[in-house]
Ligand binder design. Structure first.
Ligand code: ADP
Ligand code: MG
Length: 258
C-alpha cells in the first residue's frame, strides 16, 4: 500500500507565503475532500503536489513510495502515479485527445516496466472507447484537439478521461465540479466513483458541498489561512453547507485549531 504523506508544507507564490504548515496523509482507497473559501491556497496545494515550477516550497516534505516527490519533476511524478485534474485545463491545439492520452499512457507504462513496448493502437482504441462510454462521451471526441474549443463540461470530462486512462494511484481533482451542470456533474462523479476505491487515493478539492452528494468522501478537511483548521467525516461538509465557513473562521481566529 502506498500513501501520500504531506508534512509541514510551506509554499510561497510571488514572494508571499500561501500554504503555512500543512499536514495530510492520503492512503490508497481513501477519498479526502479539501474545502475552503476562495483564495485560501487549495489550487496552490494542488499545483505544488504536481510540481508546477512557479510554486516555491520553503519547508516540508511530501513522501510517496519512499521518495520525497518535491525533488521530482512534474512528469516524473506523473509516471510515479500521481495525477492532477486541473481547475482550468489548457488547450493544446494540434494534439488530439487520443494521441495525447496514448503518449501519456505509454510513458506511464514504461515507468512501471522499462521493457514495455507500448500499447498497440487497436488495443488503445478499445480501451479509450470503453472509458468514453463510462463517461458518456461521443467517440468523435478522441479526434479533437485537446481542450481546444471544449465547453467547461467537456474539459472536465476530458480530465476524468485522462484519469481513467492513466489509472493513477493518487488523483488530485481541483474543483472538478466548477462549471458543470447537474447532469454533467453526475456523469463526472460516476466516473470518479468507478475509478476510485480499490487502490486509488483521491484528493478532491472543492469550494462547494454539491459534488459531495455524488462522491462520498471518507474525510473532509477545511483549509483556511494556508492550513487545515478542521477535519472530520462527511457530516462536516453538510455542516459547512448549512453554516458556511464563518464559524470556522471565528474559531480559527480565536486560536482554537485542530
Ligand atoms: P484557491 O484555489 O483556494 O481559491 P489559490 O491557491 O488559487 O486559492 O490562491 C491562493 C492565493 O495565492 C490567492 O491569494 C492568489 O491570489 C494567490 N496566487 C495564486 N497564484 C498566484 C500567482 N501565480 N501569482 C501570485 N499570486 C498567486
Ligand atoms: Mg482554486
Amino acid at each position: 500500500m502506498s500513501e501520500l504523506v504531506i508534512q509541514n508544507l510551506h509554499i510561497n507564490i510571488g514572494g508571499k507565503e500561501i500554504v503555512k504548515g500543512l499536514n495530510l496523509t492520503i492512503r490508497q482507497g481513501e477519498v479526502h475532500a479539501i474545502m475552503g473559501p476562495n483564495g485560501t491556497g487549495k489550487s496552490t496545494l494542488a499545483y505544488t503536489l504536481m510540481g508546477h515550477p512557479a510554486y516555491e516550497v520553503t519547508a516540508g516534505t511530501v513522501i510517496f513510495k519512499e521518495r520525497n516527490i518535491l525533488d521530482m519533476t512534474a512528469d516524473e511524478r506523473s509516471r510515479l502515479g500521481i495525477f492532477l485534474a486541473f481547475q482550468y485545463p489548457v488547450a493544446i491545439p494540434g494534439v488530439t485527445v487520443a494521441n495525447f492520452l496514448r503518449t501519456a499512457l505509454n510513458a506511464r507504462r514504461r515507468a512501471v516496466n522499462p521493457e514495455d513496448k507500448g500499447i498497440s493502437i487497436p488495443e488503445f482504441r478499445k480501451l479509450l472507447k470503453k472509458e468514453m462510454d463510462i463517461l458518456r462521451m461521443d467517440h468523435a471526441f478522441a479526434g479533437r484537439y485537446l481542450n481546444d474549443g471544449f465547453s467547461g463540461g467537456e474539459k472536465k470530462r476530458a480530465e476524468i478521461l485522462q484519469m481513467a486512462t492513466l489509472k493513477p494511484e493518487i488523483a488530485i481533482l481541483d474543483e472538478t465540479d466548477s462549471g458543470l451542470d447537474i447532469d454533467a456533474l453526475r456523469i463526472v462523479s460516476e466516473g470518479v466513483n468507478t475509478l476510485s476505491g480499490g487502490d486509488v487515493g483521491v484528493l478532491l478539492i472543492t469550494h462547494y458541498q454539491r459534488i459531495l452528494n455524488y462522491i462520498k468522501p471518507d474525510f473532509v478537511h477545511v483549509i483556511m489561512g494556508g492550513k487545515i483548521v478542521e477535519s472530520g467525516g462527511p457530516d462536516l461538509a453538510l455542516h459547512l453547507e448549512e453554516r458556511g465557513y464563518e464559524w470556522i473562521r471565528e474559531k480559527y481566529e480565536n486560536g482554537i485549531t485542530v
